[in-house]
Design a protein around this ligand. Structure first.
Ligand SMILES: Cc1cc2nc3c(=O)[nH]c(=O)nc-3n(C[C@H](O)[C@H](O)[C@H](O)COP(=O)(O)O)c2cc1C
Length: 433
């Protein structure tokens, strides 16, 4: 069996570089996404399809690409709303280790875990953008690997904060007059290289004890951090479209997990996919061609996204020359793994061709629901596990229906994915198989 999860963000769904998708309907309007009415409908459907979790993507500031401004809603506000709309689905929010004081973030995520009965998770990102640092009163972000060192120390502190309460701290005794047994929590002082705090929190132990940790970095420092701390790791090979590349990624992660003294089966690797479905293979291929069709607006958008994520200017390169021969660690403090994957994908291609054929996913899946189910099954058989993180291009109710009513029931009939929840908490969903 394998795991399924959904990747999205609280922004105008159905909006594309070519305008509103013809199936976006009213969901693209601010009153539908900003009040979360679309997202609430969506999580109920994901839960009916027995997904492990929804992951809410985030960046804290606007992109510097003025053609592609993506206003959004803060995930910390979205998480409890989605938790309230569901009872089993895991809810993972993205929060940057660079911008939250550890005590505040530990307290907030712990609180979401409490109110959701053990379904909260934190996608730890380190954030590369200097203008995000400026929003928080600093001039620039620390270098790439140091950001991971800061995040690593933050996780050590946050875990101590989460661990400080005993599970049986509630005394609730009329005799003593105490609600809490004062002997059932640990007071401590934390003084690290980057963080300083005291414990415990004034929020008690949550159902999971430690809310689930998720991470998506693919550089060596990112993989090591993920192997040490994560319950789930998200992977995109940015269009390399090779099952072998996914297998290599998972094996590398599992080896690193073992080095950290952990059981590799406790860490799930989920591969990002955006299946394109049709009633026939030809219809699916036509839709795929439409989606990736390289209009000038889409080219500009892809260059803008690459510039944003890698924190370097890609417009300086000749689009019709071979993909630039650059060493990610030498040229940027931004997303290095993204450049490494694109470079591996670009062999023999120009920058323009790379951008045209590049996808933000790991496997190209185009076809009828049955064909896609076959490909997912074959891929997981070869990779060895653990599951897929689905991402819509664009996200519309039609796309949800295609995946949740078209594809998932086929996977369920083949007993490849969950048909009912047997566990209550997010980490337990992840460790069920
Ligand atoms: C599926 C997926 C989801 C991600 N979501 C976010 C996000 O919400 N916010 C963010 O700042 N970075 C996000 N990232 C970026 C990673 O957290 C990480 O910073 C990036 O992959 C570069 O890390 P690296 O330099 O270690 O390769 C995501 C990456 C992937 C593959």
């Amino acid at each position: 069996m394998f795991h399924l999860a959904w990747f999205t963000n609280p922004r105008a769904h159905g909006w594309t570089a070519n305008g509103a998708d013809r199936w976006a309907g009213n969901d693209v309007k601010p009153e539908r996404w900003q009040t979360l009415s679309f997202l609430k409908d969506m999580v109920r459907q994901l839960e009916a399809a027995c997904f492990d979790f929804i992951m809410i993507e985030d960046h804290v500031v606007l992109s510097n690409d003025k053609q592609n401004l993506e206003p959004r809603v803060d995930p910390m506000i979205v998480m409890p709303v989605l938790a309230e709309a569901t009872s089993k689905l895991g809810i993972i929010g993205t929060f940057s280790s660079s911008f939250y004081p550890p005590f505040l973030l530990a307290r907030q995520i712990n609180s979401v875990d409490l109110i959701s009965n053990g379904r909260a998770g934190w996608n730890v990102v380190t954030s590369s953008e200097d203008w995000a640092a400026q929003a928080f009163g600093r001039d620039k972000q620390p270098p790439h690997d140091e950001r991971y060192a800061i995040a690593d120390e933050m996780l050590d502190l946050v875990k101590q904060l989460w661990d400080a309460w005993e599970p049986d701290a509630v005394e609730m005794s009329a005799e003593s007059g105490r609600y809490v047994d004062p002997g059932k929590f640990r007071e401590f002082k934390f003084e690290g290289k980057y963080h300083k705090s005291i414990g415990p929190l004034n929020v008690m132990r949550s159902p999971q004890g430690r809310p689930a940790i998720c991470q998506a970095g693919s550089s060596p420092a990112g993989r090591d951090f993920a192997a040490k701390h994560s319950d789930v790791i998200l992977c995109s090979t940015f269009g390399q479209n090779s099952v072998q590349a996914l297998k290599d990624f998972r094996e590398d992660i599992r080896a690193r997990v073992v080095k950290h003294g952990r059981d590799p089966d406790d860490v799930k690797v989920m591969f990002l996919i955006s299946p394109v479905l049709g009633d026939t293979e030809e219809a699916a291929q036509r839709r795929y061609d439409e989606i990736v069709g390289m209009t000038p607006t889409i080219l500009a958008q892809r260059l803008g996204r690459l510039t944003l994520h890698t924190d370097m200017d890609w417009t300086k390169f000749d689009l019709d020359a071979p993909f630039p021969d650059i060493d990610p660690a030498q040229v940027t403090q931004g997303f290095q793994g993204m450049i490494a994957s694109l470079k591996a994908f670009s062999k023999g291609k120009t920058l323009r061709q790379t951008l045209a054929e590049q996808e933000t996913t790991s496997l190209k899946l185009i076809g009828t629901p049955e064909q896609i189910a076959d490909q997912m099954e074959a891929a997981i058989d070869e990779i060895g596990g653990d599951g897929f993180l689905m991402h819509a291009r664009p996200l519309t109710r039609r796309y949800l229906a295609e995946i949740l009513d078209g594809l998932v029931p086929i996977l369920q009939r083949r007993s490849l994915v969950r048909s009912s929840y047997r566990t209550e908490h997010l980490r337990a969903h992840l460790r069920e198989f």
